[in-house]
Design a protein around this ligand. Structure first.
Ligand SMILES: C[S@@+](CC[C@H](N)C(=O)[O-])C[C@H]1O[C@@H](n2cnc3c(N)ncnc32)[C@H](O)[C@@H]1O
Length: 204
């Protein structure tokens, strides 16, 4: 599937750097992601944030009145998230079956996380399974494939096109595709693609 142990190790070791980037506004993905999906989530109450990290997207979602549950692989980032208290927090792995019943959430969101994996077919199917009929699945992937290589970090980002995503989200319709500025890293601008799908409501 990709990068798994690499990603976990990276975030456990580099949690402080990630937190500092967010504080310096070098990391803009969470705010820009929520701004784009906001028009589609007015009626969403129960939210799952996959790869919650330090809780930055969730903090915005909570301020919008949502009840948020967050799942992440990194114990270190969950400690930061706990300080922000955005959500119920669960240590878990999106590459495994997700520990939730069918149709549990109005919104399943994932910002800046799926891009670490090349094959995301199973995670997408799990995200679809736990979304309620008529609910929203919203996430980012990398706009282009790239290796992020700076003195501070080295990690590979994968891009996924809409036909790949539509193939795996086979009970949902694509309702938004756009790009956002995600990182300002040592002079480089890194863009993510935002995708929003609406799960069929049973009448389609
Ligand atoms: C760039 S951070 C994004 C965090 C948060 N969504 C945000 O935008 O601020 C990526 C997050 O994905 C998490 N992650 C990566 N692979 C994961 C996996 N297999 N299962 C759960 N979380 C994962 C990392 O631990 C990290 O917290």
């Amino acid at each position: 599937m990709g990068n798994h142990s690499n990603v976990s190790e990276y975030y456990d070791l580099e949690g402080e750097i990630y937190e500092a980037d967010a504080a310096n506004a070098e990391y803009q993905a969470p705010q820009n992601f929520v701004t784009e999906i906001k028009p589609f989530i007015k009626n969403a109450n129960m939210v799952l944030d996959i790869g919650i990290g330090t809780g930055l997207s969730s903090l915005v979602l909570v301020s919008e009145g949502k009840q948020v549950c967050g799942l992440d692989l990194s114990k270190k980032l969950l400690i930061y998230a706990k300080r922000r208290k955005p959500a119920n927090l669960i240590l878990g792995d999106l590459t495994k079956p997700l520990p939730f019943r069918n149709s549990s959430f109005d919104l399943v969101a994932s910002c800046a996380t799926l891009n670490y994996y090349n094959d995301i077919g199973k995670p997408l199917q799990e995200m679809q399974r736990i979304t309620k009929a008529g609910g929203i699945i919203a996430f980012t992937t990398s706009k282009t494939g790239l290796r992020l290589q700076t003195p501070k970090r080295s990690i590979r980002f994968f891009s996924h096109n809409s036909s790949y995503l539509e193939e795996h989200l086979d009970e949902a319709d694509l309702i938004l595709y756009t790009d956002i500025l995600a990182h300002l890293l040592e002079g480089k601008q890194i863009y993510y693609s935002v995708y929003v799908f609406k799960k069929w409501n049973g009448k389609n």
